[in-house]
Design a protein around this ligand. Structure first.
Ligand SMILES: O=C(O)CCC(=O)C(=O)O
Ligand SMILES: [Fe+2]
Length: 362
């Protein structure tokens, strides 16, 4: 009989460090139940079809907290162009990449170099580089009057001018990056409606808090190792063990592999790449609103091959000024609300500051 041994990962939360038990067994492939593939081909067919999708999403959200989506409506050709833009960006010299350094932005958008981040302070520094674009109402075709939002001093939005100036020499970079961002914003809004249904709420329940949401679109590059490294040999982690901060993450990953997800039984699972799918997972804010019913799952990435690994995550949060509370359907006689209402913008700012080791203001 083999006995399973466990270690733990430490996570940062606004309430202080949190520990999760993790099996020391090497990652294994996930079963279809653990990380299911959910077909979205009927998502625009009406409420009955969406409810069926929502039931699959609910099962996944209560189990591993990760699933794949297929027939998600983002054209493979657009994804291919976005990946080529990411690659063209990262293949530049450090000097060229630093034209869009995050240091030029008040909102952490722009370029973060290899080793400049450490998402898990108990693990190695992250071996990845990132280009990130924050939400700007001017890039959201559904906002009727972006100027009114941009000049409202209660808000602070990503100022992306410096991003486009510093990448103007890369052919079609701005057009493709924005087209891909907008496609994912549309899809993320459809998915949050599915999550509302999965929580037994009307599908428009979150609509009013996603009109100008905290939504970040990223390109990520994990450099290859000098030689192929087997699973049982330690290397710097590509991105350390963490949970995502906001509500819903949509992730495109290339065919490299390396994404690992903590199962409901505390084992590492390989979230293997599946062509023409996106990976979806739940962030801490949605877990909070669901009174812990939906899981914000620990995950990490290793790149053990000699080739580069590319991924393109998109993080959907809610409007920065909206105050969100535990969803009423998640409270009953046996389950009282575990969390106070909180402003989504403040939550996001504080969690980013925590991750970056900065001071948090009341
Ligand atoms: O690159 C990936 O596959 C995952 C990235 C990730 O987990 C993140 O950026 O939060
Ligand atoms: Fe993540």
């Amino acid at each position: 009989m083999t006995t399973t041994s466990y270690t733990q990962v430490e996570l940062l939360t606004l309430q202080g460090p949190e520990f999760r038990r993790v099996s020391t067994a090497p990652p294994r492939p996930s079963t279809e139940d653990e990380i299911p593939i959910i077909d979205l081909s009927t998502i625009d067919d009406g409420p009955t079809a969406r409810k069926v999708i929502a039931l699959h999403v609910r099962a996944a959200a209560e189990n591993t907290g990760f699933f794949y989506i297929k027939n998600h409506g983002i054209a493979p050709e657009l994804i291919q162009r976005a990946q080529a833009s990411a690659q063209a960006f990262f293949e530049q010299t450090e000097e060229q990449k630093s034209l869009v350094s995050h240091a030029k932005s008040a909102h952490s958008d722009g370029y973060h170099g290899v080793g400049s981040t450490q998402i898990n302070k108990k693990e190695t520094r992250d071996r990845k580089e990132t280009f990130s674009l924050r939400y700007n109402p001017a890039n959201d075709p559904t906002v009727p009057d972006p100027t009114a939002l941009l000049t409202n001093t209660r808000y602070s939005y990503g100022d992306d001018d410096f991003l486009w100036k510093g990448t103007a020499h890369i052919r079609n970079f701005k057009a493709t990056t924005l087209e891909f961002y907008q496609g994912r914003l549309t899809l993320a809004r459809k998915m949050i409606r599915i999550f509302a249904l999965a929580l037994d709420m009307p599908e428009d329940y979150f609509d009013s808090v996603t009109t100008n949401p905290g939504a970040d679109g990223l390109y990520v590059h994990y450099p290859g190792s000098p030689e192929i490294v087997p699973d049982n040999v330690d290397i710097d982690v590509g991105i350390g063990s963490h949970t995502d901060i906001q509500c819903v993450t949509l992730l495109w990953q290339d065919m490299s592999g390396g994404l690992q997800v903590l199962s409901a039984k505390d084992e590492w699972l390989d979230a293997r790449p599946i062509p023409d799918t996106l990976v979806v997972n739940i962030g801490d804010f949605l877990q909070r609103l669901s009174n812990n019913r939906f899981k914000s799952t620990v995950h990490r990435v290793y790149n053990r091959q000699t080739k580069s690994r590319y991924s393109m995550p998109f993080f959907l949060g809610f409007n920065p000024d909206s105050v969100c509370r535990v969803v009423p359907s998640c409270i009953d006689g046996e389950h009282s609300a575990l969390y106070e209402p909180i402003s989504c913008g403040k939550w996001h700012r504080d969690r980013l500051a925590l991750a970056q080791g900065k001071r948090i203001y009341a």
